[in-house]
Design a protein around this ligand. Structure first.
Ligand code: ADP
Length: 494
């Protein structure tokens, strides 16, 4: 808006019309006093100021304007009747005015100056806006930095309060912060604690995680600075998003007591199963003798009892064998003796032993697929153990249904053996866990006897054959357990 200050209403009128015809917004004042009041109240882009006014002349008004910080930079065009009087002009500039036009006003010259000042005003305004926006941004960034710093401080306080060793690192693995406990294990905040020579080095494992962006979880033995032995720690390193960048938080949790207890339990299982096996073998032998003797004596009621005892002894035997296998796996001693053998023979042996021990009139065992003549490389006895385990489970968890199917299929470069039953099935959410040690599906564990180690042993056997083992099932819909074996025979066996 432009303010016209003139004591002569006619002059105001003609100037106002002229400016409005060029689309400028205009305000007017008929005296210096009125002009000053308006200038303090409103913002003007330009003031056109008559020099000669009765009470307060234009120069006085301009001096006042220059005195207020709000208005001191508002451009002024003086309208002066005395164009030759240099004193006026100098006085005009001294008091903060910026230009002048002599009366009678030449509309073209006035418009030229008005437009120039107006453009200048607009540009100054735009610059001020930019400056304001920049100031705001700087302020915003300062605030964000402050918040970030307080978040980082909070994280560090949190890590300091943990009972574990804790640290942070960036995506290149450079350690940023370590808590006080770190120094019980390392004297250098850039170096990880010393690990056991048989364990994987932490820095290399961490780098792999950082590169893949996946959290790291590993058990590792580390050494306290002033103690001789190593203690088991669970190292977990998780990514956190900080300042738009991936940073990582790591903790070492002491699991030494847990590890010791696990080891003691494994040792106990190993000793107990060995010790149980010896008397059981004797019982089995004597039961066989007794069975033979009773059969020789002809049919009698005792023979039936002996058969039942033999069944139960067989169950006990397979439980103890599983426990023994488990301890062998834990000690890395599950012997696998591979050679080339006929897969058909192995499958048929497993099927025969199940058919002999499970009543076929209630639940029939069917076979599908032809693998006759197929030779594979592996441990025949161990693989038969896997199939027998699948089949025993099928008879156990699908009892009361009509059939169980053994399906054998040769795929591209592997063979797939499946056992399909139509029993209680397994909820989909539990499928990934059934091959874990001691895992039993909770919903059904009370209705069936078992230790939850058979499938774990199976998975270890298949793993040592570079095969795959899996189950497809859903609750109430039966289950298909299968394993695959690669078909590439060793060169000297072809
Ligand atoms: P166990 O049968 O001795 O409990 P396993 O390791 O053989 O141990 O099986 C683990 C669990 O998997 C079982 O407890 C059972 O819950 C489930 N499971 C195994 N086979 C089947 C099957 N054919 N149908 C349904 N559930 C099964």
């Amino acid at each position: 808006m432009i303010l016209i200050v003139d004591d002569n209403p006619d002059n105001i009128y003609s100037l106002q019309k002229l400016l409005e015809s060029k689309n400028f917004e205009v305000d007017t004042a008929q005296s210096g006093e009125e002009a000053l009041k308006k200038i303090l109240k409103y913002n003007y882009a330009l003031i056109i100021l008559d020099v000669q006014m009765p009470d307060m002349d234009g120069f006085e008004v301009a001096e006042n304007i220059a005195g207020f910080s709000k208005t001191k930079e508002t451009p002024i065009i003086f309208l002066s009747a005395v164009n030759t009087d240099k004193r006026f002009i100098t006085k005009g500039y001294d008091s903060g005015g910026l230009d002048y036009v002599t009366k009678p006003v030449d509309p073209d010259i006035l418009m030229l100056k008005v437009k120039t000042f107006y453009r200048l005003y607009e540009q100054t305004q735009a610059l001020k806006d930019i400056q304001l926006a920049l100031e705001k941004e700087v302020e915003g960034r300062k605030q964000a930095q402050k918040e970030l710093r307080s978040k980082v401080d909070y994280l560090h306080t949190l890590l300091e309060s943990l009972p574990q060793i804790a640290f942070t690192c960036d995506h290149r693995g450079n350690i940023g912060f370590v808590n006080g406990r770190w120094f019980q294990f390392s004297d250098n905040e850039q170096a990880f604690p010393q690990t056991h020579p048989d364990d994987k080095p932490i820095a290399a494992e961490l780098q792999e995680s950082l590169d893949s962006g996946k959290p790291l979880e590993m058990e590792v033995r580390v050494k306290k600075r002033d103690e001789p032995g190593y203690s088991y720690q669970l190292l977990r390193v998780w990514p956190i998003l900080e300042n738009g960048e991936n940073n990582w938080v790591g903790t070492f949790t002491n699991i030494d007591a847990q590890k010791k207890a696990e080891k003691e339990k494994d040792e106990f299982l190993s000793i107990a199963s060995h010790e149980l096996k010896t008397p059981l073998t004797s019982i089995k032998a004597y039961m066989q003798l007794l069975d033979r003797k009773l059969k020789l004596d002809g049919d009698c009621a005792e023979a039936k009892y002996v058969n039942r005892v033999q069944d139960q002894v067989e169950k006990l035997n397979s439980l103890i064998t599983d426990l023994l296998d488990l301890s062998k796996i834990d000690n890395g001693k599950l012997g696998i003796n591979k050679k080339v053998f006929s897969l058909e023979r192995m499958v048929q042996n497993a099927v025969d032993s199940i058919v002999q021990t499970h009543d076929q009139s209630k639940m029939e065992l069917h076979r599908q697929g032809d693998i006759s003549g197929l030779m594979v490389y592996g441990d025949e006895i161990r693989l038969e153990q896997v199939l027998v385990n699948f089949l025993t489970n099928a008879y156990k968890y699908a009892a009361g249904t009509e059939k169980v199917i053994v399906d054998c299929r040769v795929m591209d470069d592997f063979v797939k053996i499946s056992v399909i039953d139509f029993g209680i099935g397994i909820p989909e959410s539990k499928l990934s866990e059934v091959f874990n040690k001691f895992y039993r599906v909770e919903e059904t564990s009370f209705d069936f006897q078992g230790l939850g180690i058979g499938l774990y042993i199976c998975s270890e056997i298949i793993r040592s054959h570079q095969g795959t083992i899996a189950v497809e099932s859903s609750a109430g819909k039966g289950a298909t357990f299968y394993f695959t074996l690669p078909l590439n025979l060793p060169i000297d066996a072809k």
